[in-house]
Design a protein around this ligand. Structure first.
Ligand SMILES: Cc1cc2nc3c(=O)[nH]c(=O)nc-3n(C[C@H](O)[C@H](O)[C@H](O)COP(=O)(O)OP(=O)(O)OC[C@H]3O[C@@H](n4cnc5c(N)ncnc54)[C@H](O)[C@@H]3O)c2cc1C
Length: 454
């Protein structure tokens, strides 16, 4: 018998095991530029026991396993580079428990962040991690995702309290628990979060929840220069006001959005700020932010508290990446993801913009200025060797610039295939410890091979 027949026998439901060409194709590629490869079989498990049965089978035969959530990761994470079995976790999408008074929920890995937030509304609670895509909680935990809310609430590693994980040999283990803190032994939950499907498959997650703030106010401030915008962001955070989000978009990116949306936003380095908290703290905070922006020589300042107007105010930030995609619809996108110490951000963005212009390219550059993470979205033709070399050089320069200043090659997207070589540059002396852990958890190397390590 082949893999397909063996898995059907173990799952007992042929409808959830497929080698349909269209489905294999859908599971063969990420959203970025990495070369596709089809899995041999796609399995849609319903329970941890089914995941365990598939892993035990694969481990005995050295068959690669690639866990798959919403498929929105950006570094080729879900491409089964050696074929094998893709485990699509989206049918395990039950919210098992919401404990409003404990500020936590127990979910299956295929629950998406928007699905969870919809269910939480009636409790006045929400789940704060907000990557641009409607990703699954399992996938977000596996990449240690974050987003615009992270300046206030932290990243996935701060939200996951406990996990049920199926190990490579099919053993089911539990880490963490429902307590908001614990000093019991090694932090295995923290280790699994960010492991990109290479150490185990999550089948249940306990996540923290937050209260929906009473009031929210959005602001947009344009500045004469990038350093003035970035420095003002630092002053705003230092002032201790209730910052919920704070994002920086450079002048050329606003121009690209204007071309794409036929808008007329002031083309200048712009801060997008959201304050959230009690009505009084937001009101007082807004005045402090206005004052700090004026001191930072801001040339335009706008504020909105109504939810629709707030969304309109943030439009230029949300369209930044799409503006590049729309300008080059046939090209592939590379989204760099470095993170530098906050005080280095303005200079890093300036350096990147200069580099992009020297190469005669168009790019969107925008950053989570609150935590020093910024993205450069570049369009290129993956079939044009000269263009690929140019893009690789730019990517290398941006990463090395960040590493030289104590930063990291990836603030939130993860290593996947695309950043493997940079992991060695960043963590040369500790990669061997990471590899040792990988061998301990997955001695046969069946879990998402070809990711994180070269
Ligand atoms: C428009 C857009 C905007 C984005 N913005 C952001 C952003 O602001 N911040 C950010 O962090 N990311 C962002 N991303 C990237 C992406 O949304 C995140 O990486 C997200 O966490 C991936 O979740 P997913 O469910 O799509 O996982 P997938 O892409 O399906 O998988 C990601 C990784 O998780 C593993 N995995 C999936 N499920 C499990 C499981 N149950 N157990 C173990 N491993 C598993 C996979 O093997 C893979 O290695 C963006 C993507 C897009 C398309």
């Amino acid at each position: 018998m082949g893999i397909y027949e063996d898995i059907v026998e173990r799952i007992g439901d042929h409808k959830r095991v497929t080698r349909n060409e269209t489905v294999l194709e859908q599971h063969s590629k990420g959203l970025a530029y990495h070369a596709p490869r089809k899995p041999d079989v796609v399995v849609f498990p319903n329970t941890a026991a089914e995941v365990s049965a598939v892993l035990a089978y694969a481990n005995e035969r050295n068959i690669p396993i690639t866990p798959f959530g919403a498929g929105s990761s950006l570094e080729g994470h879900i491409i089964p580079v050696n074929g094998g079995i893709t485990l699509n976790m989206t049918k395990m999408n039950n919210i098992l428990e919401i404990r409003p008074d404990d500020f936590l929920a127990v979910v299956e890995p295929g629950v998406t962040r928007m699905q969870l937030n919809e269910a939480l509304k009636k409790y006045g609670l929400f789940f704060p991690v907000d990557p641009g895509a409607d990703a699954t909680i399992g996938g977000m935990a596996a990449t240690n995702a974050s987003g615009t809310n992270s300046v206030k609430y932290g990243v996935m590693r701060d939200q996951v309290l406990g996990l049920e994980v199926v190990l490579a040999d099919g053993t089911i283990v539990h880490t963490g628990g429902m307590a908001l803190k614990s000093s019991a032994g090694y932090d295995l939950t923290g280790l699994f979060v960010g492991s990109e499907g290479t150490l185990g498959v999550f089948t249940r997650l306990i996540v923290r929840l937050q209260g929906i703030p009473e009031a929210t106010n959005a602001m947009k401030a344009s500045f004469v220069s990038l350093p003035m915008a970035a420095q003002t962001a630092v002053e705003i955070i230092k002032a201790g006001v209730a910052v919920g989000k704070i994002e920086l978009v450079d002048e050329q990116t606003i121009e690209a959005v204007n071309r794409y949306k036929q808008t007329n936003y002031l083309a200048a380095p712009t801060l997008f700020i959201e304050l959230s908290g009690s009505a009084t703290s937001v009101k007082e905070g807004t005045e402090i932010v206005r004052q700090l922006c004026e001191e930072g020589q801001c040339v335009a300042f706008q504020t909105e508290d109504d939810s629709i107007a707030r969304a309109a105010l943030w439009e230029a930030r949300h369209h930044a990446a799409f503006a590049i995609q729309a300008a080059y619809p046939k090209k592939a996108l590379l989204s760099t993801d470095v993170c530098v110490p906050v005080s280095e951000l303005a200079e890093a963005i300036r350096d990147t913009r200069q580099l992009v212009e020297e190469h005669g390219l168009t790019a969107a550059i925008f950053g989570h200025v609150g935590d020093g993470n910024y993205h450069t979205v570049l369009a290129f033709d993956p079939n044009d060797a000269e263009e690929v070399t140019r893009i690789e050089k730019i990517h290398e320069h941006i990463v090395r610039y960040a590493l030289a200043r104590g930063g990291t090659c990836t603030g939130e997207h993860g290593i996947g295939i695309g950043k493997r070589r940079f992991l060695y540059e960043e963590h040369g002396d500790s990669v061997m410890l990471m590899k040792g852990m990988k061998r301990l958890f997955d001695p046969n190397g069946i879990l998402n091979p070809g990711k994180i390590f070269i």
